[in-house]
Design a protein around this ligand. Structure first.
Ligand SMILES: Cc1cc2nc3c(=O)[nH]c(=O)nc-3n(C[C@H](O)[C@H](O)[C@H](O)COP(=O)(O)OP(=O)(O)OC[C@H]3O[C@@H](n4cnc5c(N)ncnc54)[C@H](O)[C@@H]3O)c2cc1C
Length: 374
């Protein structure tokens, strides 16, 4: 793959940069989630109106009909422009595109992509996290409806969501992954209770969702009964991909901020500091190279698969490494910016849990890529 922009890509990049110059908000991201959420939604809506969201989705469902290279350029330039983060649930559009009926794609995709309707991901349960196939939320067909009962947990941004892409058991209790189906659940349906979970940092980023005989139309199943595991794998493959999630520009920005801390004299540029920064820079570069390799797969039409576990492990290692360096440099707890880095450090710990823990990613690579026994 030629890593340089073609003349068409260069024109696309120039148009995007000009748009970002005009549209990235001057005011910084609010510190608390309650204030940050409407700020992020407003930016995503503006980005959508500008024609910069869902670049690789088909036009008839709210996308731009472009390809993975344009998506990668967007992600790079958003990072460089220090733009607000995108709402990290856009990957929920992918299974709608793959498994959705024509009616479902037409009804749900455009509002999801434009952030006029917010979605959340209802996979995990109190006894089914790493072992997702152990989930117990049950869906039973009753005439023209499905009736759902159960309990979901760790649902990111659940308190803000209008819809949940939810996994439930439709097969016998011991049917494991074969007996799971995926449903589109409007969260204002009677019988749904969404309760916020307060994190250690005081934010209400998670929710638990209780379903008490919730009735939804039969048409709200996504895919056929029993397709839920395939739907879930499609979601996690996109959720784990470094190119798809666009974390690289964020990490590049963190690295450059750490470099500035040394350049502006807040930390002396001694050997240990330069070594730590050099190692962090090398890890970001490894991730960048890996993203380019993945991008060439996408450009060749290869969708993300179990190898996205490599991305997830790499992203986690880079993020947690950067955060360790930040705290080792900013030892004065009263220094300006230290509290923000500490918050980032704490959040970085979640990287080895969400989207499947680091141990589970290693299991996937061992079994599905290397063919090792369970
Ligand atoms: C920031 C964040 C956002 C999240 N957002 C969502 C969301 O939107 N929707 C959603 O459904 N879920 C979400 N989750 C939940 C997440 O998917 C689960 O926390 C994760 O899959 C782990 O499940 P668990 O917490 O039940 O841990 P457990 O499965 O109980 O695991 C506990 C520990 O045991 C290890 N372990 C378990 N099984 C094995 C094994 N077979 N081999 C080796 N080690 C093993 C794990 O690696 C982990 O260290 C989120 C989590 C976080 C942290």
């Amino acid at each position: 793959m030629d890593l340089r922009d073609s003349s068409e890509e260069a024109r696309f990049r120039a148009r995007l940069c000009a748009w970002l110059d005009e549209n990235v908000p001057a005011e910084p991201e609010p510190a608390t989630l309650a204030e940050r959420w409407p700020y992020l939604v407003a930016f995503q809506q503006r980005l959508y109106r500008g024609g910069w969201v869902a670049l690789s989705y088909p036009r008839e469902f709210g996308g731009q009909g472009l390809g993975p290279t344009e998506e990668a350029i967007l992600s790079e330039e958003l990072g460089r422009a220090n733009a607000p983060s995108l709402i990290p649930l856009g990957h929920l559009g992918r299974p709608l595109l793959t498994f959705g009926t024509e009616e479902q794609r037409t009804r749900y995709l455009q509002p999801l992509l434009s952030a006029t309707e917010i979605w959340c991901q209802g996979f995990s349960e109190p006894q089914a996290g790493s072992d997702l196939a152990a989930l117990r939320t049950r869906a039973t067909r009753d005439g023209a409806e499905w009736v759902l009962s159960g309990h979901k947990i760790w649902t990111s941004y659940g308190v803000f969501a209008d819809f949940c892409l939810l996994l439930a058991r439709t097969g016998p209790d011991d049917s494991r992954h074969r007996g799971i189906s995926a449903f589109i659940v409007p969260l204002d349906t009677p019988g749904v209770t969404v309760r916020p979970i307060v994190l250690a940092n005081g934010e209400e980023e998670f929710a638990e969702i209780h379903l008490d005989a919730v009735r939804i139309p039969a048409a709200n199943i996504l895919g056929a009964p029993g397709d839920g595991w395939q739907v879930a794998m499609e979601v996690v493959n996109y959720e784990r991909g470094a190119v798809e999630t666009g974390y690289l520009p964020k990490f590049e920005r963190y690295l450059s901020e750490l470099g500035s801390v040394v350049r502006n004299g807040a930390v002396p540029p001694d050997r240990a500091t330069l070594l730590a920064l050099g190692e962090a820079a090398a890890s970001v570069e490894v991730l960048r190279m890996h993203c380019l390799r993945t991008l060439s797969d996408r450009a060749a039409g290869i969708p993300p698969g179990p190898e996205s576990s490599v991305d997830k492990l790499l992203m986690t290692a880079v993020e947690q490494g950067l955060m360790r360096v930040s705290l080792s440099l900013l030892t004065d707890t009263t220094a300006p910016g230290r509290a923000e880095w500490f918050g980032r450090y704490l959040y970085g710990r979640a990287g080895s849990i969400y989207g499947g823990s680091a141990q589970i990613q290693r299991n996937i690579l061992a079994q599905r890529k290397l063919g090792l026994p369970r």
